[in-house]
Design a protein around this ligand. Sequence first.
Ligand code: NAP
Length: 374
Amino acid sequence: MQKVAFVGYRGMVGSVLMERMRAENDFKGFEPFFASTSQAGTKAPDIGGAPGQSLPPVADAHDFDFLSGMDIIVTCQGSGYTQKMHPALKASGWNGYWIDAASALRMNDDSIIVLDPVNRHVIDKAIDAGIKNYIGGNCTVSLMLMAIGTLFKQGYIEWMTSMTYQAASGAGAKNMRELVAQMKMIGDRSAGLLADPGAAILELDRHVLATMTSSEFETENFGAPLAGNLLPWIDAGMADGRTKEEWKGFAETNKILENTPPIPIDGICVRIGAMRCHSQAMTIKLTKDIPVQDISTMIAESNEWVRVVPNVRETVVRDLTPAAVTGKLEIPVGRIRKLGMGGQYLGLFTVGDQLLWGAAEPVRRMLNILLGRV
Ligand code: NAP
């Protein structure tokens, strides 16, 4: 039986991965092991196994001998861990499969970015060619390709911009807590004015701003207020003025689709005060004028998770929002319409749970592909 180690099972992506694997009854047909950088020796997580079935205690994720004995390592621990352990394991001659949610190895020539509903043929070819590293894509890239990958594949996209609205949870658990703490402080300090229906609205406005800019406002993780605000910068800056998050939209999309020459893709990535789920507004220059109805049909039929939302206020505000999508595998796509610039210019909006299709789900499915189960 194949031995599979899960590193980073406690983090946000790792927890969602565990939840999905339990829900799909995936913990069978292989021997699972769990490893942590901080919890070695503790009890392994509940994987919904048979009563009395015992798992070995959590291993030290830096234990080289333990990792070397694995056939497959699945990690959701982060790029720092990958950069430390992966080269050392490879240098020692370890020849197992490495499945990773972090970005560190994504653009390497000997790595495949996995999103099997979109690039299963690339994955199968790589397995046959002996490639061992299978890496989940950037969350907004994976969600965008689940939504409109079919338009790329059919050669209908000349160029595209993606303006993103990314949730606090994309930055990790601490940032999520910080957003709620910020909301609480704004609410607590405005309670008196809110309770008085006669209070002047500009007084409430000034009060909220004074709270957000006060020295007691918690901004340690985001570096600025996010509640009542937005932050048009995600990840590190690059020499050409883009952020790394913006660059990934171009680089990873073209790598996943094996586009040569690459299709121009650019945009501005923005952190907003949503808890979970990333949203994106696209402007697409089509290679030809295709009717909106045909585009909607192509998108709707491209995979079993995508849903076209009719361009009607009631359905849009109900179904095309982060709150509507949280915890779901569905990928709604809406506001599909031709833009005022002409028939080849298409606008649309999409939302997806960045912890599911944006992170844990492609990793979960990749493990099943390697185990020969799909
Ligand atoms: P995270 O929540 O910060 O978890 C990473 C690690 O932090 C855990 O495995 C755990 O490792 C440690 N940790 C420390 N204190 C913890 C606590 N109180 N609760 C749980 N874990 C704690 O990171 P993440 O958001 O899952 O991201 C993991 C990787 O996936 C990153 O490379 C990230 O870029 C990538 N990714 C994230 C998202 C997203 O939406 N968050 C989307 C796509 C890709 P130990 O058990 O070793 O202590």
